[in-house]
Ligand binder design. Structure first.
Ligand code: NDP
Length: 254
């Protein structure tokens, strides 16, 4: 039984990762801002799997609040301190606008969440892994980080940063047994597009029209594949696209 810390576990890919690791018998530390969603998920996992109350710890906080994150992780109960797997998943896209016309607040939120917060959580968790001589960091990047697409430059840049930060961490940990993986999903139907379009459900639905998108469960399977590989195998990256998708911008819709 490993201890798995998942950020952004209240929805979508993070929630699916929580269910997957739970179904495989691993104990969970679950983070997101919406504590009530985490409570619901915890109750469902206890109902659906062999995990019990003592196997799931909820750690609701905003990952952008560096000091709050520092305290939450430093003050983990002793039996939860040894995190084996960190899934840095919390993240978002906001807006779809030309770079020279974009919204400053949207940019700040994306950069603070997708880059700065991922770095903070990494900084607070990985030293413990180094001290224990074991661990695995799985960062959720995106096909968006491979190349810019129209009206998405800032989001794409944050996901390019996730790839480069993962690569850098893998280099810095090369003399340890600790593994670093980047998962780069394509089109996944979650709450992602509703968030991107500031709650416009009809506009979000159009993103997934005419194509069968990936599900959060598909991505959780990739995360679990990397996490459950033999110790001598370091899955560096997985790029996973919907069948009728060839890149961040080339999508065939029926
Ligand atoms: P969702 O909107 O369904 O989930 C996003 C999760 O992130 C929620 O649990 C949300 O929880 C959490 N989150 C957002 N901001 C914060 C914050 N400041 N502090 C703590 N938690 C936060 O989207 P996805 O599941 O699709 O997104 C998960 C990751 O996957 C993101 O990094 C995204 O960039 C990436 N991705 C998604 C793709 C897609 O097509 N869906 C494709 C490629 C990558 P809460 O609101 O409760 O805080």
């Amino acid at each position: 039984m490993k201890t798995v810390f998942i950020t952004g576990a209240s929805s979508g890919i993070g929630e699916a990762c929580a269910r997957k690791f739970a179904s495989e018998g691993h104990r969970l530390i679950l983070n997101a801002r919406r504590a009530e969603r985490l409570e619901e998920l915890k109750a469902q996992i206890i109902r659906d799997t062999a995990l019990t109350e003592k196997d799931i710890l909820l750690l609701p906080f905003d990952v952008r609040e560096r000091e709050v994150a520092r305290q939450a992780i430093a003050n983990l109960p002793a039996e939860w301190q040894a995190i084996d797997i960190l899934v840095n998943n919390a993240g978002l896209a906001l807006g779809l606008e030309k770079e020279h016309e974009g919204d400053f607040a949207d940019w700040d939120t994306m950069i603070d969440t997708n880059i700065s917060a991922l770095l903070s959580i990494t900084r607070f968790v990985v030293p413990g892994m180094v001290a224990r001589g074991k661990g695995h960091i799985i960062n959720i990047g995106s096909v968006a980080g491979d190349a810019a697409y129209a009206n998405g430059a800032v989001y794409c840049a944050t996901k390019a940063a996730v790839k480069v930060l993962s690569d850098g961490l893998r280099i810095d940990l090369v003399d340890t047994p600790i593994r670093v993986t980047t998962i780069k999903p394509g089109l996944v139907e979650t709450n992602f597009s509703v968030t991107r379009f500031h709650g416009d459900q009809a506009r979000a639905d159009k993103v997934y029209q005419g194509i069968e998108p990936l599900t959060g469960g598909d991505i959780a399977d990739c995360v679990y594949f990397a996490a459950s590989a033999p110790e001598h195998v370091q899955v560096a990256e997985i790029l996973v696209l919907a069948n009728n998708q060839a890149s961040g911008s080339v999508i065939y819709r029926k």
